[in-house]
Design a protein around this ligand. Structure first.
Ligand SMILES: [Zn+2]
Length: 324
């Protein structure tokens, strides 16, 4: 009798474990598909953003008045995002879509086909700049990505904090037009965010004002706007597309520049394998470190949000270039 009870208990426990792990798997799947976050309460707006930095702005400016979704899942590469049918449908029904035209072909197409008029193309507020000569040099292999195909524009505007401030103001204006009842909140939230971004800009400007070197080498040439703003010179190994394999000739060229400029550190980004950076650094006896293009926040990120990861980027740049 007792034995039977024990067996039943064991069976029950096993069933319970299986059932609860199924629930867990289902919950993860729902989060991964961006569904768990898509339920907005009555009166809340639904904002769909193309990738993390715009999600960050929308969450800060709209706060409790909106549910914010990102079309690029955390840890995924925004450069070559593909959309699920559910995400495409979400673009049609969103109260506001925030995206950067010419960056993600799948998003451009879905926005165009949605017929949704409440879209904010960030390039209307912060125009994209053509690639610099240095970015073009490293752009080997980029033809498979959208960047080269869209007139050679650099999408990474968010790595200049003053551009983020401009976008925050514009998002507040758009939200106020859509939801005038909360216009005062949107304005106040945008002002608060702008002051954080202005402080960050100030820290970069002073932190990078006197450095032994101004050149830095990074796998993914995402830091053109940052470099121009703070008078640094970016040397990109793989050009604009994060996962392109540099040619042997490009690697030799980068190594020659590293020697010429007395480079101490080869930077790589969190979302992509550090193998290329490590092999270049190893040959020259240099360090490797992370410089994060903030295209997504994951457990690997050196901070919980845009502001914290930018601080980590500043710390890394100061150490590499011996700024003081
Ligand atoms: Zn990028």
């Amino acid at each position: 009798m007792k034995m039977v009870f024990m067996l039943n208990l064991a069976r029950w426990l096993r069933a319970l474990i299986v059932a609860s792990s199924l629930v867990w798997v289902a919950a993860c799947w729902a989060v991964g598909a961006g569904e768990a976050s898509s339920a907005s309460a009555p009166g809340q707006l639904k904002i769909v953003t193309a990738f993390y930095p715009f999600q960050f702005i929308a969450e800060r400016v709209a706060a409790e008045h909106a549910v914010v979704q990102s079309l690029t899942q955390p840890g995924a590469e925004p450069h070559d995002v593909e959309l699920t049918p559910k995400q495409v449908a979400g673009i049609s029904t969103a109260d506001l879509v925030i995206y950067e035209r010419s960056f993600q072909a799948a998003v451009d197409e879905a926005v165009a086909q949605s017929g949704n008029q409440e879209v904010f193309d960030t390039t209307t507020a912060v125009p994209l700049r053509p690639l610099t000569e240095a970015q073009r040099e490293g752009a080997h292999g980029d033809e498979v990505h959208g960047n080269a195909g869209h007139g050679g524009l650099d999408p990474h505007v968010w790595l200049d904090p003053t551009n983020m401030a401009t976008l925050s103001r514009t998002v507040a204006d758009r939200l106020s037009a859509i939801d005038p009842a909360h216009a005062a909140d949107y304005a106040a939230n945008a002002t608060a965010l702008e002051s954080r971004l202005d402080a960050l800009d100030e820290q970069f400007a002073t932190g990078l004002a006197s450095c032994k070197r101004t050149d830095f080498i990074t796998t993914h040439a995402a830091f053109g706007y940052l470099a121009q703003k703070y008078k640094l010179h970016q040397i990109g190994i793989s050009g604009l597309s994060p996962d392109a394999e540099p040619s042997p000739a490009r690697i030799a060229d980068v190594q020659a520049q590293a020697r010429e400029h007395g480079i101490t550190t080869i930077f790589y980004e969190t979302l992509v394998s550090p193998a290329v950076a490590q092999s270049i650094a190893g040959d020259l006896n240099l360090r490797t470190d992370v410089l994060d293009p903030i295209e997504g926040i994951t457990a690997e990120s050196r901070g919980q949000d845009y502001l914290e990861v930018m601080q980590a980027n500043l710390t890394a740049l100061k150490a590499a270039n011996e700024c003081g």
